[in-house]
Design a protein around this ligand. Structure first.
Ligand code: FE2
Length: 351
């Protein structure tokens, strides 16, 4: 979330008033989705290490395989062609920052509708404002996972609740920005799998106006290197304040990842498109939360602070909740490419 919440450290913690039932983690689900599979494409990267951070297309890899020694790689060539042909089209649904109880209710109450309309194979959610507008707790994360969220990404409020620190190390499918310091709890990438398709997710945070320990761009390259053999598709959540930094990262990763989606400002941008290299891109997805406030905060409180320049106790707004998301579809048979990206703005109503 943006600077409004930075101004007041006294945002009410909703953990006690939600009354949610603690959900047990489903270890079978974690095993099935969170653990990488056998390296199916080691051959191509061994033969072409210069491209090992690049999803590439089948033709490019085959050409290099042929050039590297046709006789010895014939079986690998056949296998790679078969794998590319077999890779099905998938649909990714990414929901913008879930803000407070209103955002959680909006998301959970809209999942049936979102599934009916878009049939997502993977659901990724930015949850960095899910607990009272600031951060996330293990209880809320488990609630989202139980509802069918595959991966939760975070941002500048990652460490707001100390109880989540250990959980960030334990749960593979919750990510904090990869370009935080290595000494900080958690990790910034993961791979989930469904229907034989492996989705890598990378969480990054901008360096302009936000306290990221390391640079996002170089860490993006490092993350892709890490995922080189592990993911058929890669979704990058760039949590950043500056539009320029997000646009720049989109160009930097174009053709190397399936999608770059921006979060943090809570206001959706109108620039969703497929970049020339085949990467789906949007500068900011928007917010899953109360649109009647000011980026999630009760508007009278936010306006009072802006008007008086005095500290004001902020609370999350409940008025006019919406789900703001993007739906990304990938073409059959192509790794790390998208064929469409569409914004979803769905009024969620009140429970
Ligand atoms: Fe944020």
């Amino acid at each position: 979330m943006g600077p409004l919440h930075e101004l007041d450290e006294r945002v009410e913690d909703e953990r006690d008033d939600r009354g949610d039932k603690e959900h047990e983690q489903d270890p079978a689900r974690c095993r099935g989705q969170g653990i990488e599979r056998e390296d199916r494409q080691g051959e191509q990267d061994e033969l072409d290490p210069a491209r090992d951070d690049d999803g590439g297309d089948a033709r490019g890899h085959r050409a290099r395989l042929l050039g590297g020694g046709r006789g010895s790689c014939g079986a690998s060539l056949v296998m790679l062609r078969s794998m590319e042909d077999a890779l099905p089209s998938v649909t990714l649904l990414f929901c913008g920052d879930v803000v407070g109880a209103a955002g959680r209710r909006a998301l959970l109450g809209s999942l049936d509708s979102l599934r009916a309309d878009h049939a997502p194979d993977f659901l990724v959610v930015n949850g960095e404002n899910a607990a009272g507008g600031l951060g996330i707790t293990p209880k809320i994360a488990r609630e989202l996972f139980t509802a069918g969220v595959d991966v939760i990404t975070l941002g500048n409020h990652t460490y707001r609740h100390q109880e989540v620190w250990a959980y960030l190390d334990e749960e593979e499918r919750i990510l904090r920005p990869a370009n935080f310091l290595r000494s900080q709890p958690g990790h910034g990438t993961c791979v989930v799998e469904r229907g034989g398709v492996r989705l890598g997710v990378v969480n990054l945070q901008g360096n302009l106006f936000l306290d990221s320990g390391r640079t996002a761009f170089s860490e993006a390259d490092a993350a892709l290197h890490e995922l080189s053999n592990r993911a058929d598709h890669v979704l990058v959540d760039m949590h950043a304040e500056a539009t320029s930094e997000k646009v720049g990262l989109g160009w930097h990763l174009d053709g190397r990842v399936t999608a770059v989606v921006g979060t943090h400002t809570h206001v959706p941008t109108a620039d969703a498109r497929i970049l020339p290299g085949g990467t789906a891109y949007i500068t900011d997805v928007g917010m899953t939360g109360a649109r009647g406030g000011v980026i999630g905060v009760k508007r009278e409180q936010a306006v009072r602070q802006m008007l008086t320049r005095m500290p004001v106790r902020f609370e999350t707004s409940e008025e006019d909740p919406w789900v703001q998301a993007v739906v990304i579809r990938t073409p059959r048979g192509k790794r790390r490419r998208a064929e469409s990206i569409a914004a979803v703005h769905l009024p969620a109503g009140r429970p």
